[in-house]
Design a protein around this ligand. Structure first.
Ligand code: B12
Length: 261
């Protein structure tokens, strides 16, 4: 099989599993300054298959973050399962190695908020999109409403052509509507501001709650355990991170509604 035939075989297989967009990048074309080298993750890696999953319009248009989060959890489940199936398909069909990263976690706690693979930079390298004013990657069809995962492989696959057009409309809606003011400075997301609003039940919220609890009198402790905040923290501890904000994704006009395929 030629490289193009191998890429087409993997792409067809992935699309059949509910993946919405597939791109390929040679590891040499992946450039993410703050992320670890791909060779540190899989020494024989030569390329990566980047998979994109559209998030449903309805989920992102809901004013209730919990409804958006329901779709997010479903995408994460599907993507996780598909990563394993596609990685095994690559290993079985082409006698190659394949390993993968998931949508968000696990992450190395020593590295702060830098993941093993920067999926936005991987998506750009695989010709699946370009960065927009919101520092998210915009896909030509699905716009900002797309999440990515990646499979690293020892197969020597060539990169798909990169997108040359500017897809961001520079409408500034993401900047204006960000409730945290986290996008004011161009090319930079104020992570702490974003986190405070988007993940109130994340580790920061847990630390604040624990601090309050430890300093409380016995009666106050009883109250604190009945506080809905405790319920939300508890829920996040078994469901996983719960985003309370999807604004920069949801307000972006590119890729909203209309025929998708
Ligand atoms: C940690 C993390 C966060 C952190 C920190 C973000 C950050 N600074 O990188 C927090 C919690 C704040 C966060 C928030 C969000 N996240 Co997040 N996050 C991640 C995660 C797990 C790791 C990112 C990472 O390694 N960053 C560290 C390095 C790589 O970033 P960096 O080099 O400093 O790059 C930053 C800037 O320099 C700039 N940048 C870099 N290069 C370039 C080039 C150009 C041209 C421009 C304009 C900008 C730019 O963009 C980055 C943002 O600050 C990824 C998944 C993954 N494995 O990649 C998802 C991921 C980036 N998140 C995603 C999403 C959707 C969100 C949120 C919308 C929350 C939500 N409800 O889902 C917000 C959006 C915030 C925003 N507009 O920036 C998606 C983005 C999908 C897409 N279409 O681009 C990802 C890829 C998850 C996924 N699997 O699809 N996230």
């Amino acid at each position: 099989m030629t490289i193009e035939e191998i890429k087409e075989t993997i792409k067809e297989f992935a699309l059949g599993l509910g993946v919405d967009a597939v791109g390929f990048a040679s590891t040499g074309d992946y450039r993410s300054e703050r992320s670890p080298a791909i060779k540190d993750l899989l020494p024989n890696a030569q390329s990566m298959v980047v998979l994109g999953y559209r998030e449903p319009d309805g989920a992102l248009n809901s004013p209730i973050a919990r409804i958006s989060m329901a779709a997010r959890l479903a995408v994460m489940d599907l993507a996780k399962r598909n990563n394993l199936i596609i990685a095994k398909f690559i290993e079985n069909q082409f006698a190659a190695e394949a390993a993968f990263v998931l949508v968000s976690y696990p992450m190395d706690s020593q590295k702060g908020l830098v993941a093993d693979v920067s999926l936005r930079h991987a998506a750009v390298a695989a010709g699946l999109g370009v960065f927009g004013r919101h520092n998210l990657v915009i896909h030509p069809v699905f716009g900002t409403r797309i999440l990515f995962t990646a499979i690293l492989t020892s197969l020597q696959l060539s990169s798909d052509p990169s997108i040359q057009e500017e897809l961001c409309l520079q409408c500034n809606l993401c900047v204006e509507e960000c409730p945290a003011g986290a996008l004011d400075k161009e090319g930079f997301t104020d992570v702490m501001k974003c986190l405070a609003v988007s993940q109130p039940y994340g580790v920061g919220g847990l630390i604040r709650y624990a601090g309050k609890f430890l300093g409380a009198a016995p009666d106050e402790k009883k109250q604190l355990l009945r506080d809905p905040l405790f319920q939300s923290l508890y829920q996040a501890s078994y469901i996983g991170q719960q985003y309370e904000c999807f604004k920069c994704e949801a307000v972006c006009p590119i890729g909203r509604s209309g025929k998708k395929q």
